[in-house]
Design a protein. Structure first.
Length: 392
């Protein structure tokens, strides 16, 4: 079968991380979220896949290449142009991106699956396609139910007793929502869908295509399925998803490394003596790290690849991305450390420079000394901005 992965968005709700990597490349326990989607496609014999790209497209294309390492064939549809030597993104929307591919090559010549590149799922795609064909409609949305407090984040689907969609609301308020059944961003289409997508313009699946199908009384179905779904919709979701996995709430999600003690996983080429550090699981320490004796790591916590954590450093319920050097006088609590940024679990973001903390947390590859004119000081990093203090 053929499939498409939507990967052209700017990821504005996931800034500042998406300033350097596109949203589908956000790592969950070290693996880009889109990689898991490609592997799922391959496991269900969906092995011819087009990915629409735009923002930081080269990061996606350079990582996945032609797809042969994943036993699939990959092609890319770039949405934008080069001007004065720079790539200018011009995303066409989810449906517009589909139409661009179809107009170029007629790629979608039979039933095909379209998914968003920013979620991890373990859906039985083979069963979803079977249900779609059984109904005989032009389109099928895979849906699931959420709490009423969550409906404003998603497209809400209303279907009749036969599963035919009668109404579609894009991110309604709790008061306006007609259902708690939501759109998961997983779609199955027939080529006839392109009769309802205008050419050469921006057009969205959820807010424009689906309402148009309802208005035109097109046979269009929802199928509610039981599966795990981790959606990286905004910056705080990165920690939320990571924490759920570490707490064992996502059965089947692969944990990297070797479990050296209950709840403690360690990658290869890592210098770490668990008997001489203060480790409270669940904790993942990735490959190539140096964790010095006397360091304290309290889970749930993830230490990214090639990090260094000095003696007396404290990392509590936090996610530290790759190549971070944590000073022995640093106390990191309830944070995601990504490059030059410090992100609270509620999404509040500051740069290390703004916090005058660059001497405490910096890129391990730098040749500059970690402590300079701040010798002897420590930084307390806590949940709220007003609690960030410098102590002697």
């Amino acid at each position: 079968m053929k499939g498409m992965i939507l990967a052209a968005g700017k990821g504005t709700r996931v800034k500042p991380i998406t300033q350097t990597i596109p949203k589908p490349m956000i790592p969950i326990l070290g693996k880009p979220v889109m990689e898991s989607m490609i592997q799922l496609f391959a496991s269900h014999s969906i092995d011819k896949i087009v990915v629409n790209t735009s923002h930081l497209a080269e990061v996606i294309e350079n990582y996945f290449g032609d797809g042969h390492h994943f036993n699939v064939q990959l092609s890319y549809s770039y949405e934008g142009e080069m001007k004065d030597g720079k790539f200018i993104s011009k995303a066409l929307g989810s449906a517009g991106g589909m139409r661009k591919i179809q107009d170029f090559s007629g790629f979608f010549d039979d039933t095909f699956v379209v998914v968003c590149g920013d979620a991890w799922i373990d859906l039985d795609l083979t069963e979803a396609v079977r249900r779609h064909k059984e109904k005989g409609g032009i389109a099928t949305i895979v849906t699931r139910n959420v709490a009423i407090s969550e409906v404003s984040k998603y497209g809400v689907v209303v279907a009749d007793c036969y599963g035919r969609v009668t109404s579609f609301q894009e991110k309604p308020s709790e008061e306006e929502a007609l259902s708690t059944e939501i759109n998961t961003g997983i779609y199955i289409f027939e080529p006839a869908i392109f009769d309802y997508i205008p050419a050469g313009q921006e057009f969205d699946i959820g807010s424009e295509l689906f309402p148009a199908l309802v208005d035109n009384d097109v046979r269009f179905y929802a199928t509610n399925m039981d599966f795990q779904w981790l959606d990286v919709g905004n910056i705080s979701d990165i920690w939320g998803v990571t924490s759920e996995i570490l707490h064992g709430k996502v059965p089947g999600y692969p944990i990297p490394g070797t479990q050296v003690k209950p709840g403690i996983w360690v990658g290869i080429n890592t210098v770490f003596d668990p008997d001489n550090c203060h480790i409270t699981p669940p904790v993942i320490i990735s490959s190539g790290c140096e964790i010095q004796q006397g360091a304290t790591i309290t889970g749930p916590a993830v230490i990214g690849a090639n990090c260094k954590v000095e003696t007396n450093a404290v990392i509590n319920k936090s996610l530290v991305s790759d190549y971070i050097h944590v000073s022995g006088s640093a106390f990191v609590e309830n944070k995601t450390v990504f490059g030059d940024y410090f992100i609270s679990h509620d999404g509040y973001t500051q740069s290390l420079i703004e916090m005058d903390a660059i001497h405490m947390l910096k890129d391990r590859r730098t040749s500059q000394p970690l402590l300079s004119h701040h010798q002897g000081q420590g930084v307390l990093f806590s949940q709220k901005q007003e609690e960030v203090t410098v102590t002697k």
